[in-house]
Write a new protein. Structure first.
Length: 600
């Protein structure tokens, strides 16, 4: 490798000729090291470390001519060009950088110790490349001698081992559907060769494979650390071709377990499983997130004894569990004396459920105004979210329960420090209620309005087990409005329009209903009264442009969801108890204000 950088003499010449010294030229020649013959068509890449010390900011690249020569230029006055490096690569040859260090690709060339200064007008950099080594083979299932089920995560990788200065040499390639792989353009050296595969399909489709380490070793980074197996590398000479490198993968074992509530037997969703090795330090292998029924999978594992440790996704709602029967808080979980689970080879091991009692609960009773118990009422706890794009409504239920024959309910499995509790019986003939006693009538449809209008949320952090959170529901929310939104000019139906009722008494928009493909809407659960009808194609960040029934333009503020337009030309609709107004045609002049919609 030859690198020559021009100095003051060249700079003075550029100045005398009136040329700009801000342009740095990098030029040179690329040859085969053994034959010294020029390599035509070689790619030379010029990059910079940029603001951060990384060589991954490409500036420009070019190819050598028939004489092996190249020439590249960069505007060195660019503020972000503070150090340059050059790499050359050619077909059948291993890449190298400007300090004659081996690379496998643009990203792992790292001559950070000797960058080229961009202030020089000219750098001459010659490259001598060695023929590249190549590894080609097939990934197979050790038991069936067939390729593993094709999956995007089936990969084979190599990393240089030995000389610390070359440990940056790394390459990872995907495996095709036939299990075949090719890793080429490798410089001579010693390599750790590894493979990993995941069986496609569902959890029961097959075992995930253990990690493979050359030659024919397997690890799970739990019982056996993969790094400890890299003591027998694959040695490649300059230009060596290895087309017979077949890798046989062994299947590992998995443990399937469920974490359940000791009070109701329900699976605790999104819990994860962790294994800790017996007779040694605390080693962990995190399992897959639990499904909604509470099951999780952990693996792949080599056979051997383990402790099983279960961690719910809401540790404030449920304790951790040292399997099978030792609940604990994260800072005080001790594996000493815990039950040992023996894992056999190549097995899906389903163990008995683990049970934990909830750390917090909310309970109460739901009755009507006459004191009669209401069975089958859904009660939920959660928070009223501000949503996105300035939309302030949205009660998000985190835990729900249904009242029994005596109207009683019990909630568990919720996180956070504060929560709201409400009924969710839309369409049942009862007015929903947000505790302690806020009816979800029409002006606050389904308790989905701005959080600011509600009483303070319940502090569930300092009051972990709340009782007597009772509801008394009254009838009356049984009026409704049904109709259709159309284009005033063509009478064509308008789907995906947001339609809200607005009580004349307070002008506060309720949660919108979206029209179907035929432009129809149905707003139920209304209390008797007078309502404006508001339609808009989109919910904006600051302003919501739309129309008031029957044909008045209206733009309102998204931040407060209160009508801020003049309603003089609007016609309110009146509904009595139990009444349904049907065949409401809301014809809007699409060409004036709805054309193209409104981007949120």
């Amino acid at each position: 490798m030859r690198v020559l950088s021009s100095g003051l003499a060249v700079a003075a010449l550029f100045h005398a000729l009136g040329a700009s010294a801000a342009v740095t030229t990098v030029e040179g020649r690329v040859v085969d090291r053994a034959t010294q013959q020029p390599l035509a068509g070689a790619t030379v890449t010029l990059a910079t470390y940029g603001v951060f010390p990384t060589p991954r900011t490409l500036i420009t690249s070019g190819q050598t001519g028939s004489d092996g020569r190249y020439s590249l230029q960069v505007d060195a006055s660019n503020l972000f060009v503070n150090a340059l490096f050059v790499m050359a690569a050619a077909a059948g040859h291993a890449a190298r950088d400007h300090i004659d260090q081996s690379c496998t690709n643009f990203y792992n060339c790292n001559p950070s110790a000797s960058p080229l200064p961009p202030g020089m007008p000219l750098h001459v950099v010659d490259f001598a490349l060695d023929p590249a080594a190549r590894i080609r083979g097939q990934l197979l299932d050790a038991a069936t001698q067939q390729p593993p089920a094709y999956h995007v995560q089936n990969r084979v990788s190599v990393q240089h081992v030995g000389a610390a200065s070359l440990n940056h040499l790394y390459a990872s390639v995907p495996v095709d559907a036939a299990g075949r792989f090719v890793i080429d353009n490798l410089p001579a050296g010693s390599y750790s060769l590894e493979a990993a595969a995941v069986v496609a399909g569902g959890d029961e489709a097959g075992m995930p494979y253990l990690r493979y380490v050359w030659p024919d070793r397997h690890c799970d980074n739990f019982h056996v650390n993969c790094e400890s197996l890299r003591d027998t590398p694959l040695v490649l000479a300059t230009g060596e071709i290895r087309d017979d490198v077949d890798l046989a993968l062994q299947r590992g074992s998995r443990i399937r377990v469920r974490l359940t509530s000791a009070t109701n037997g329900d699976g605790i969703a999104h819990q994860s499983s962790v294994l800790a090795a017996t007779g040694g330090p605390w080693l962990e292998m995190s399992g897959y997130l639990g499904t909604p029924d509470g099951y999780s999978l952990v693996g792949p594992l080599l056979p051997g004894p383990v402790h099983l440790f279960l961690r719910p996704s809401h540790p404030e709602a449920y304790p951790h569990l040292v399997y099978p029967d030792r609940p604990c808080i994260p800072s005080d979980c001790d594996l000493a004396g815990a039950t040992v689970v023996d894992v056999p080879a190549d097995t899906l091991l389903t163990v008995a459920d683990g049970h934990v009692a909830p750390r917090r609960t909310i309970s109460g009773r739901v009755t009507d105004t006459g004191g009669a118990a209401l069975a089958g009422v859904r009660v939920s706890t959660g928070l009223v979210s501000g949503g996105s794009y300035g939309v302030p409504w949205g009660f998000e239920a985190e835990a729900s329960a249904v009242t029994d024959g005596d109207g009683r309910y019990r909630l568990e499995g919720y996180g956070g420090t504060h929560a709201r509790v409400r009924t969710q019986q839309a369409g049942s003939g009862y007015i929903d209620n947000m505790w302690p006693n806020m009816p979800c009538d029409a002006w606050n449809l389904f308790c989905d309005q701005s959080d600011a209008i509600y009483p303070p949320a319940i502090d569930v952090d300092t009051q972990p087990h709340l009782t007597a959170i009772d509801f008394v529901l009254q009838r009356g929310a049984d009026a409704s409005l049904r109709g259709r939104v159309t284009d005033a000019a063509t009478s064509a139906p308008l789907p995906n329009q947001r339609v809200s009722v607005v009580p004349v008494a307070n002008r506060l928009l309720a949660r919108p209903f979206v029209t179907d493909s035929d432009g129809r809407f149905a707003i139920t659960g209304l209390t008797p009264g007078d309502y404006y009808l508001f339609a808009t194609p989109s919910l904006g960040v600051a302003q919501i442009p739309g129309w008031l029934y029957p044909d008045q333009p209206c733009t309102t503020r998204a931040a407060i969801w209160l009508l801020s337009c003049d309603t003089a030309a609007a016609t309110p609709l009146h509904v009595d108890a139990g009444e349904t107004l049907t065949n409401i045609t809301f014809a809007v002049p699409l060409g004036l204000i709805f054309a193209g919609g409104f981007d949120p």
